[in-house]
Design a protein around this ligand. Structure first.
Ligand code: HGY
Ligand code: MN
Ligand code: MN
Length: 416
């Protein structure tokens, strides 16, 4: 089949308008979004996406994790579909594009196929994966993880948010428990467009990232138990200070990541001390260590070193300690054949591009275990993400979506 003509492009204005309209739902307090999974705002975003998919002539399916699959028929109903997609849920202080570009970019590809009257052999499916962020209900990429067989649905439904509400109850409350068995769908390929969430593409002056690999990750939730006591009258030698333990472990995480350079990162982003009163020595601290690297050996070593360091700090300070694995996936190598198709599409379209490793985790990282998968990235202003000031340009959004358009046409097979 001849490659799609280089002048075949998506409608960048329509894409940008859709991004801006979706951004109105679940607004943040500083120009970004707070559309956390399974909230009423998530439900509103889902409803708008479903309305747009219907208007684009697609049939909607929903599985029991609430993941949405909008299908555009192919000429061969027996051919496995080509999937595109990402996530509409955001961080509490999230940006307008993290995940959303991948879902609405995929919708724009279908809209552009409709405009051009293009038929494909394989059906095309646009996907909104539930709870990619893992911020309200850990771990991240929860629904795609169940789809890939990495978590049971019971485990997923049992996950609780900070108020003790469960994933299963909240999914039912917003009315998005579908009837499809999770993971029953088989895929010819999965393509995820996503903002880079890092500084490389912008610094290198490239329009498109051809994602060859993804970092591996561990999320270790640590609970330290000490003793509440008066911050004024308790002698220093008598203190059993869980807050101090958390601070020392946080510093050790940073040192361990720095000792594995290049290509390792580590931080503590979620942290609570109890009772969290100005004049009480914290008797309890609960926090999550996030360590990542593309190198399997380093990932295993970092986890072991963080675990050892945490136990050593607890022993030093006489603290009780529990460590729970709340998130994990090993480094990912995406499908080499699809990576070449993405690279050729960027070339054909005349976009500057470079191979890149994804620093963030994505649904594609799990789906890569059950279907040939690839990612396409667009630059971010100052590499900033998971911040309400997250910004991209309409040109970058269009470039990444054009590349996804051509990749899908290559993979799904255009029927004259
Ligand atoms: O944590 C991640 O990398 C993704 O943003 N959920
Ligand atoms: Mn994302
Ligand atoms: Mn994110």
């Amino acid at each position: 089949m001849a490659a799609p003509a280089a002048n075949l492009r998506i409608n960048g204005e329509r894409l940008w308008d859709s991004l801006m309209e979706m951004a109105q739902i679940g607004p943040g307090i500083a120009g970004g979004n707070n559309r956390q999974t399974l909230t009423d705002d998530d439900a509103k975003g889902r409803a708008l996406f479903a309305e747009w998919c219907k208007a684009a002539g697609m049939a909607m399916g929903v599985d029991t994790m609430g993941t949405m699959f909008a299908t555009r028929a192919g000429t061969d109903a027996d051919a496995l579909p080509v999937y595109m997609g990402s996530h509409l849920d955001t961080q509490p202080t999230g940006g307008k594009y993290d995940g959303v570009l991948g879902v609405l970019g995929a919708l724009e590809v279908v809209r552009s196929m409709n405009d051009a009257g293009i038929k494909t052999k394989h059906p095309i499916v646009v996907t909104n994966w539930t709870n990619e962020e893992g911020t309200r209900f850990a771990p991240a990429m929860l629904a795609s993880g169940v789809f890939a067989g990495m978590h049971s649905q019971d485990y997923a439904y049992s996950r609780k948010d900070a108020e003790g509400k469960s994933f299963g109850d909240e999914l039912a409350r917003i009315g998005w428990v579908g009837d499809e068995v999770v993971g029953a769908r088989k895929m010819h390929a999965m393509i995820e467009l996503h903002i880079e969430q890092g500084p490389i593409l912008e610094a290198e002056g490239r329009d498109v990232g051809v994602v060859t690999h993804g970092q591996g990750l561990w999320w270790l939730q640590i609970t330290l138990t000490g003793k509440d006591a008066h911050t004024g009258s308790t002698p220093m030698a008598m203190r059993v200070n869980a807050g101090l333990g958390m601070a020392r472990i946080t510093e050790r995480v940073h040192q361990i990541a720095m000792s594995h350079q290049p290509g390792a990162v580590g931080a503590v982003g979620h942290a609570n001390v109890y009772p969290n009163s100005r004049n009480v020595i914290p008797g309890k601290a609960v926090f999550t260590v996030d360590i990542r690297t593309p190198d399997q050996g380093k990932l295993d070593a970092m986890k072991a070193e963080v675990t050892r360091a945490a136990h050593a700090v607890a022993a030093e300070l006489g603290l009780g300690i529990e460590i729970e694995d709340v998130g994990h996936f090993d480094p990912v190598t995406f499908d080499a054949g699809l990576v070449s198709v993405v690279r050729e599409a960027a070339e054909r379209l005349g976009y500057s591009h470079m191979d890149i490793i994804s620093g963030a985790g994505h649904d594609a990282c799990w789906i890569n275990r059950v279907a040939p998968t690839v990612m396409i990235m667009c630059p971010c202003v100052d590499g900033l993400s998971h911040n309400e000031a997250e910004e991209i340009s309409p040109e970058w959004a269009a470039a990444g979506t054009d590349v996804m358009f051509h990749t899908v046409l290559d993979v799904a097979g255009v029927v004259a």
